[in-house]
Design a protein around this ligand. Structure first.
Ligand SMILES: [Zn+2]
Length: 167
């Protein structure tokens, strides 16, 4: 499960709608307790696909534009890692948008995904964010959907469960 606040969701939706018809992307910082990830900070980044900041691994496959592909520049990823360290948080996931397509990972998304992150995809149809889903990789490197839980503010309703689980 991944938990976000309504304000985190709003940040993601706005970033996605502003980037339309291109895909947007960003990084989620937060905490991890067992299988539960709690987002604390949303970092919006620019889509570095097909720019001079495109990581080396993708420079051979530039036939698609930023309306079909996204990548986060190594510089933005480093900056997020630094910020996570300073705030005693972890990078818990990556988000990006699919424009005029459902919030379901593509084969490209699957191929380049990392097991330790969750992947949030927001579907933007005709310029408006209409759906959001969260995914994680299973042991066979296949995406499984996970519960995305959003609240106005975080409440420690699962504190008992967490302390029992760590005993
Ligand atoms: Zn995608």
């Amino acid at each position: 499960m991944i938990q976000l606040t309504h304000s985190h969701l709003q940040t993601i939706y706005t970033h996605a709608e502003n980037a339309y018809p291109e895909e947007c992307c960003g990084i989620l910082l937060g905490t991890i307790v067992g299988d539960n990830k709690r987002c604390i900070k949303v970092i919006t980044t620019s889509n570095a696909w097909n720019t001079e900041e495109t990581p080396e691994a993708f420079t051979h496959s530039q036939e698609y534009g930023r309306n079909k592909r996204y990548t986060i520049s190594p510089k933005d990823l480093l900056q997020a890692q630094k910020q996570a360290r300073e705030d005693s948080l972890s990078i818990i996931g990556i988000f990006h948008s699919h424009t005029d397509n459902p919030a379901i990972p593509s084969e490209f998304d699957r191929e380049y995904a990392w097991q330790e992150y969750c992947y949030i995809i927001v579907s933007v149809q005709k310029g408006r964010a209409v759906d959001i889903k969260s995914w994680y990789l299973d042991d066979n490197h296949q995406f499984q959907q996970q519960k995305l839980f959003s609240t106005k503010i975080f409440i420690n309703f699962c504190k008992d469960t967490i302390s029992k689980a760590t005993v």
